[in-house]
Design a protein around this ligand. Structure first.
Ligand code: DX5
Ligand code: ZN
Length: 225
């Protein structure tokens, strides 16, 4: 199955990094029951980003409950040597891997490594990264991630400078390549990012740090419908 088979046009992707890990299964059940099918999974190595976040052990614990309802796990690798982790992630239940272009010399060969393992592929761009320089390489991926925060932590404010960058990325890429946005997405910023051209909207604290994660997820879906 390709990435385009998973998406329903515009998707809100709950970001597991913002969940309460003492209640992870319960919170995932809430958002899956509310209709979420693409779950964002942030892997930080303590080098490319300051924190060490979550990895294959957590992925293996949740992949059955996500896959049995037809969901997918979209892994965002905030790490210095992404390809090193692809095989273990694929074997642990990852459906796609997104790596940062800032740490890779030959984007095409890293994309190939992921494809050989049957993974969907995204490339991620930090707020300061030049878009034109990577637009050509991004034509062969499933989606391009425009960061709207400096990566590392959930709960940061959306950088409005991301909006023209999303629009530029959208105009540089073929229609089949989705544009994803990650960081500070809430009911106010989600429609702005959607209007700029993003169709995969990652939301961490706006889903999991609310009293009712299911209601918060549905509110975001309605905000971009
Ligand atoms: C942080 C991660 C994000 C994070 C988003 O760098 O890449 O996916 O969980 O969290 P919010 O939506 O709270 O900004
Ligand atoms: Zn992320």
């Amino acid at each position: 199955m390709s990435w385009s088979d998973w998406t329903r046009g515009t998707e809100i992707e709950p970001s597991i990094y913002a969940a309460d890990f003492a209640r992870l299964g319960e919170q995932l059940d809430e958002v899956l029951s509310a209709g979420a099918r693409i779950l964002h999974f942030d892997i930080g190595d303590g080098h490319f980003v300051p924190p060490v976040t979550i990895g294959p052990v957590v992925l293996r614990s949740i992949e059955v409950m996500v896959h049995e309802v037809g969901g997918v796990l979209d892994c965002h690798l905030m790490v210095e040597n992404p390809a090193r982790h692809f095989r273990e992630l694929a074997e642990s239940g990852a459906d796609s891997v997104t790596f940062h272009v800032e740490v890779v010399d030959d984007i095409a060969s890293v994309v190939d490594e992921a494809r050989l393992l049957g993974l969907g592929v995204g490339i991620a761009l930090n707020p300061g990264t030049d878009l034109d320089a990577v637009a050509e390489a991004a034509r062969d991926v499933d989606f391009a991630l425009c960061m709207s925060i400096d990566p590392g932590y959930s709960g940061q404010a959306f950088m409005t400078e991301a909006l023209p960058r999303i629009a530029q990325l959208r105009s540089l890429l073929p229609e089949a390549v989705s544009v994803q946005v990650d960081g500070g997405i809430n009911a106010d910023t989600a429609p702005q990012a959607r209007a700029a051209g993003a169709n995969l909207l990652v939301a961490g604290s706006a889903v999991f740090c609310q009293d009712n994660a299911a209601a918060a997820y549905r509110e975001l879906v309605q905000a971009v419908s």
